[in-house]
Unconditional design. Structure first.
Ligand code: OGA
Ligand code: MN
Length: 331
């Protein structure tokens, strides 16, 4: 009897994982589609929230252009439909490919060979090493998630990228989570046939703090269920630029990615001509030389095309957690 109950999550997972025939998508919640209007609630925020100077710098649109929803069946799950500019998407995609897999950060490739700089190694010489390119499945930042013990430790910690903690800070503050601190991240790299099986994220000491999940590149079917696997999960469409926040009741719920879908659009390539060069001094002031160089180098030129090639057939998910309680500064 309990066996049957527990199977609900798995049943839905298998339904959406199927390849031939591909699963029907008619029940996958797409917040852009009016047919799902009764399943979601649009959240409006006090216009008291001041514009944040950091928005443009972080590749985010003004707050007035952030469509924020909750899914009625899953209280605590907050969905922000792509608040990124095209340049912003390019900026973060590049960070995930070029910078985050570098040492001292950890990747799944470490057990085979320690690469100082995975992306550079892939593009060494004139040709791309496709086999190595496809090998990267995850990289961890900050407190490194230990996949065996599932425990974080001080000995297994590096600096968390400042621009990424700033991004979380802006999103968290907008949603009212003023005390959130980004301390650990897993960047997941999915190919078109990748899946992520049902799990909960509970290794953090602080399970009250929300978890922030950013999606870039190809789309995904995301399943969100309840605190055990007996609840039939809902399927939600995640597209490039979408932010999912697992807070409150949703923080410890089962979730999974049974399928990657190829996206009919490439929002990272939309209207990229109008780069805001007028804001150079502001960028410089905050992040020294880093950001403006990155944003400018992502215009339609040779620099961007190799990253474009990657995200045309992959999905990147940046999954960010606070590990410590508010009063702690270490484990
Ligand atoms: C995770 C996770 C979901 C996603 O990394 O823990 O649940 O959308 N990722 O890839
Ligand atoms: Mn997870």
């Amino acid at each position: 009897m309990s066996g049957k109950c527990e199977d609900q999550f798995m049943k839905t997972f298998k339904f959406y994982r199927a390849r031939v025939p591909p699963p029907p998508l008619s029940k996958v919640i797409d917040v852009d589609n009016a047919a799902f209007a009764d399943k979601i609630t649009k959240l409006t925020f006090d216009n008291n929230v001041e514009q944040d100077d950091r928005l443009e710098l972080l590749g985010l649109k003004p707050f007035a252009h952030w469509p924020v929803f909750t899914i009625k069946k899953h209280p605590g799950l907050i969905f922000i439909r792509n608040p990124f500019t095209s340049h912003g998407q390019r900026y973060w995609i590049r960070k995930c490919l070029e910078k985050y897999p570098r040492k001292p950060n950890k990747t799944n490739i470490d057990i085979e060979v320690i690469l100082e700089d995975w992306w550079e190694t892939c593009y060494e010489g004139h040709k791309c090493n496709i086999q190595l390119l496809k090998k990267l499945r995850w990289t961890t930042l900050g407190y490194h998630h230990n996949w065996d013990t599932k425990e974080y430790s001080e000995a297994n910690r590096n600096n968390f990228p400042s621009e990424l903690s700033e991004l979380c800070d802006v999103v968290a503050t907008y949603l009212g989570y003023n005390a959130f601190r980004a301390e650990a991240a897993i960047v997941n790299y999915y190919h078109m046939n990748s899946t992520l099986s049902a799990h909960t994220d509970h290794s953090e000491i602080n399970l009250e703090a929300p978890l922030f999940s950013f999606s870039f590149g190809q789309s995904a079917i995301f399943l969100i269920g309840g605190e055990d696997k007996s609840t039939v999960p809902s399927a939600v469409l995640l597209q490039s630029g979408d932010i999912l926040v697992m807070s409150k009741e949703a923080r410890l719920c089962y979730h999974a990615v049974p399928k990657i879908l190829s996206s009919p659009s490439s929002p990272w390539n939309d209207n990229v001509e109008d780069i805001h060069t007028k804001d150079v001094p502001k960028f410089r002031y905050i992040y020294e030389k880093d950001v403006i160089v990155d944003m400018n180098s992502n215009q339609n030129n040779g620099n961007w095309s190799i990253f474009n090639g990657y995200v045309q057939e992959s999905r990147i998910n940046v999954n960010i957690r606070q590990v410590l309680n508010e009063t702690q500064s270490r484990l």
